[in-house]
Design a protein around this ligand. Sequence first.
Ligand code: 4AD
Ligand code: MG
Length: 483
Amino acid sequence: MKRIEIAKLLGTAGPELIGTEILVQGWVRTKRGNKFVGFVALNDGSCLANLQVVFDFSVHPESILHKVHSGAAIAVRGKLTASEGGGQQVELQANQLEVIGEANPDEYPIQPKKHSLEFLREHAHLRFRTNTFSAINRIRHHLIFAIHQFFNEQGFYNIHTPIITGSDAEGAGEMFRVSTLSPDNPPRREDGSIDYSKDFFGKETNLTVSGQLEAELAALALGKVYTFGPTFRAENSNTTRHLAEFWMIEPEVAFFDIHDDMDLAENMLKYVIRYVLDKAPEDLQFLSNRLQEEEKNKPEKDRAPMELVEKLKFVAENTFVRTTYTEAIEILKNSKPNKKKQFQFPVEAWGADLQSEHERYLVEKHFQKPVILTDYPKEIKAFYMKQNDDGKTVRAMDILFPGIGEIVGGSQREEVYEKLHQRMIEMHIPSEEMSWYLDTRKFGSVPHAGFGLGFERLMLFVTGMGNIRDVIPFPRTPKNAEF
Ligand code: 4AD
Ligand code: MG
């Protein structure tokens, strides 16, 4: 007999199968009952809800459920019947049970009770078994799929950019080295420094911080491309918004200026949010309820102004605010928390980098909407950004989201060879090693633009979770590469 997934039984196919003999397989969430009847809540991951499986002890001995505990894998054959209880339309009257994999109740850590997120992080290999993490990971899938679908519909080509690279795309020097040299006894040059010409690639290599530079090469031939890959940053930031290994979506488009770039980013974000609202309403509602329970423990003034689904709809339906860095600095300088010295980093002068507390003030308190900030000081942005005529700012655009801060970082790119080369020299970017990048500005250079969306930041926003370690299956953070 072929197995039927629980999502089908609890969906539209369920009522049609009432009265038929079926097979289900899954993991036991809970077991309860009395002398006459046993109830097992079975979950197979295909959806949030469990199927109720009923064991009639007048047909089977009570001992049939002897090895059936939370976490055990079982297969049940039986007759699908209309459910008498209120919850679901169907349930399964068990005829045959097979325990496929036992789970010793004295050892299985995931008990049918509320576990803290910290506890579950320490048991990340088993946390998929909880409602919260199965919902998060189903939503993660839908978002990934929506992103590919959006770009495909818009005529973009997906490009795989390299993971091992010899260049530092962001010029920030926060890279993980890739080497096969012996750490104890590496080959050395005469001056004692390590001789990387003897290393696997014959040069120093690292894990990439961004696929942008290579995406630019492709965009200047294929027109519209995007890369969606893992990126790595060795910054020692132990925050709820930073991972050492995260996934980034980076479109790059020839003949685009910064305004086209902002339109693309805003449209993409709204599209993928609408997609999950449509595809995962139950998982979103579950996370929303969970969040509202948590909010009850907070003082009223710290509570989120909107419930999760309402917040997602709000962002999908409202136009993002667009303003400049200079304007934002004015707002922040004159803001209450700045005057009352409540910011950890007081805003004093034009030119300072915005901290996440400033970004969140702008979005959550001042504009109360997603905000796109443009035209940042060139000193705080990467070398490749298009320089404005004022000589001070670059055509950067960052998108700031409520509860998150920066979710997208992008820009129009400098397409003029001399200006780009000059900026690389000023910022100590080794231009000889990156002649391949400069070549695009020599041969058929055109204005172009792109951005990077941090996938896990988007996940934080969509799921309403508070810690980035909970929205990626296996987080990599300082001092943590377990599982
Ligand atoms: O602003 P960033 O550094 O931009 C770039 O890397 C550009 N090359 C992108 C481009 O124009 N193609 O990073 C882009 C986004 C950030 O806005 C943030 O959402 C996310 O990547 N991000 C991180 N997410 C999780 N953990 C980290 N350590 C992150 N660093 C950046
Ligand atoms: Mg950035």
